[in-house]
Structure formats: C-alpha cells, structure tokens
Ligand binder design. Structure first.
Ligand code: GLY
Length: 367
C-alpha cells in the first residue's frame, strides 16, 4: 500500500492548492455532509483551487454510512462526468472520509482522493491509514478496502466548531496513541486542559498523535501484526458501543474506547505486568473526563457475546492488545470468560457505574 502524505496545515488554502497540484486530474469533486456543508464548506468554497469543483452533499452521521449513500455518490460522480482521472476531496468527519474514500477507491476501479478531516476523531484516526468502507447488514465497516488518500490535510481550526463531547471522543484515540508510544507523550496528554482549550497546543498534540499512527501503519498497512496495537481499548470498547446501541443509549465511539482502555489496562496489569500507578492515573483521567459507562452484572453475558463476535478475533478466541509498559505492546492476547467477568467487576469497582454519569459539556466547562 502506498504511503499517504499527512500535512499539519498552517495555511489550508496553500496546502490544499499544493496537494491538488500533485494530483493531475480532469475534474475535481468535493464531498461533504450536511454538517460540514454548513460549518466547513464556507471556509473552503472561496479557495481559488476549488472554484471549479463539483460539490456532492450527503446526509450526516453513521446512519448514512451505507450502500444507498455510496450508490448516490457513485451516481453523482458518473452524472457529473467524473472519469478515471478525476480527483475527489472528502471534507468531513470519519463517516465522510470512510465512505468518500471507498467511493473513490471503487469508482471506475479507483480514482485519487484527498482527505480534509474536520473532527478530532477523523484527524487522528479515520482519515489516516487507508481504511475505507461502509456499514452493511447491521455491521459497522463490514464492506471496504484498504486504500490510502493521496494527502490528508489537518487543520485544527476546524476543531473550534466541535462540541466538547466530540472533542473528547477523538481525544480517546489520542490517549490510546500516548499509551502505545512514549511516557512523555502520555503525560502531556493527561495534562491537557479541557477547561481552557489551547488550539495551538492541541494541533501540536494532534501532529504527534498522527505520526504515531502513521509509523505503525507504515510497518503493517494491512493489520497482520503491529497495526493491532491500534486496537488497544477497542475489544471491550466495541462491546460497550454495541450494548449501548442495543439498549437505545448510543454513545460516541471515543467514549467507548476510553472505557475500553480502562478495562484493557486492567488486563495489562494482571496479565502482562503494566504498572499499577499508571493504570490508576489513566483511570482518574477517564473518570474525570468521560464519566462512566452504565451497565450491571446481568449484562456481563451480553458484553461477552459482543466480544466473542468481534471481527478482530480468529478461531473464536477473543483478541486483546495489551501493554507491559507504556509503549511496550503485546498483541494477540486472549482471556477466558471468567477473566473477562473479573475485568468487568474491576471496572465497576474502580469507576463506580450504577448510574450514567457522563459529564455534560457544562459540567466540564465549569468544573
Ligand atoms: N482505527 C484503527 C486502524 O486504523 O487500524
């Protein structure tokens, strides 16, 4: 898989102009959803480099990340005269970059595309690393291909229009990148002040976070080995997300990952010797910023079922990524049902989760 260029922008127009010029094309298309049409298209539509572009708009949120929307994008590309030499720019969160990347990678057997992620989650995770796709048959990201963007342009100015919950959702992936990289980076992530957000500092942290992901993806683009490090927190996190969806209390992906990290660091502590003080510090950070996931012991069985059906498993064995230390990764770890139930007990005891106590943006800004 070829390597994409990731640019931390100081002047989006200049960077975009350069990225477009690096991709000779006949026609230019911009894909956005309803949210980015309102909040982000006004920022870019005045740029000279896209003044002749055709705009395609789709519905926002995960519910639109489906075959119907994909077919609409293919049709729009076709109807507006896109050829194999056209270029698509995806402007939006992970839903737009995933679906747009898949549309581009399959239209006429593949056209080039550029990602401009506008949410923190998309900046540090979805838009980087070449995973594209849609949900299908009730399953998330069931259909897709590995196909990297030509360039990913990251401009932290877009984050100013993001609410605190979506910011924290993306930040959970950054916390994960801290845990799988270095002690210093993990510490600076724990220190970031969400009551007084400094977007310059955030941009620097985002740059480091993206670099960590890129380094891993470069070593293992198709997730056969070390890329599984990026799954830390996700085996339990996905189960939390599925349970929340099933009980009609959907949660943001990053919140599920933050809570999953607590569980999987506990496993890291008991199975691979991850230090107790670092487990405790991470739990405090997660509890303070994300609150707790509400579930009771009657739901352990269901959570276990969700973990058993995780697509990262092989031969029916639940697959975890654990740490022996910050930056010291152990992939392909497993756990028994009893151990998983003990881990959920630990989560209850350390987080206290009889009630749903996720802090509201107001709580965070005034605390
Ligand atoms: N989101 C994890 C990965 O890109 O591998």
């Amino acid at each position: 898989m070829s390597k994409q260029e990731v640019i931390i922008c100081h002047n989006l127009e200049e960077n975009l102009n350069k990225a477009i010029n690096q991709c000779p094309h006949d026609k230019l298309f911009v894909l956005a959803d309803e949210h980015t049409r309102e909040l982000c298209i006004p920022v870019v539509s005045e740029f000279d480099c896209i003044k002749n572009a055709h705009f395609i708009y789709i519905g926002a949120e995960d519910v639109h990340k489906n075959l119907e929307t994909l077919a609409y994008v293919w049709k729009e590309l076709g109807d507006k005269g896109a050829s194999r030499h056209s270029l698509l720019i995806n402007l939006g969160g992970g839903m737009v970059t995933d679906l747009g990347g898949f549309a581009a990678s399959t239209f006429k057997r593949g056209i080039k595309y550029i990602n401009i992620p506008t949410t923190l989650l998309a900046m540090v995770d979805a838009s980087v690393g070449g995973k594209t796709g849609i949900n299908f048959n009730g399953l998330k990201n069931e259909i897709g291909v590995f196909s990297p963007a030509e360039s990913v342009l990251i401009d932290a100015n877009f984050l100013k229009s993001l609410d605190i919950r979506n910011l924290l959702s993306g930040y959970a992936e950054m916390l994960k990148h801290g845990l799988i990289s270095t002690h210093d980076h993990w510490i600076e992530l724990l220190k970031f002040d969400f009551n007084n957000i400094d977007y310059k500092v955030l941009q620097t942290l985002v740059g480091k976070s993206v670099q960590i992901k890129e380094d891993i993806v470069e070593q293992d683009p198709f997730e056969r080995g070390i890329r599984k490090a990026l799954n830390l927190g996700h085996t339990v996190g996905h189960a939390f997300e599925s349970l929340a969806l099933e009980t009609q209390h959907p949660i943001l992906h990053g919140y599920a990952v933050a809570w999953g990290i607590v569980c999987e660091l506990y496993f890291s502590h008991i199975k691979t010797g991850f230090p107790k003080d670092k487990l405790r510090q991470t739990i405090l950070f997660v509890k303070e910023h994300y609150g707790v996931m509400p579930f009771n012991c009657k739901q352990y069985e269901r959570l276990y079922e969700f973990m058993k059906h995780d697509k990262k498993n092989s031969a029916g064995i639940i697959n975890f990524t654990l740490l022996t230390e910050i930056g010291n990764i152990q992939i392909n770890q497993s756990a028994s049902k009893d151990e998983i139930f003990e881990m959920l007990d630990f989560y209850h005891e350390s987080m206290g989760c009889l009630l749903y106590t996720s802090p509201s943006p107001r709580d965070l800004s005034t605390s």
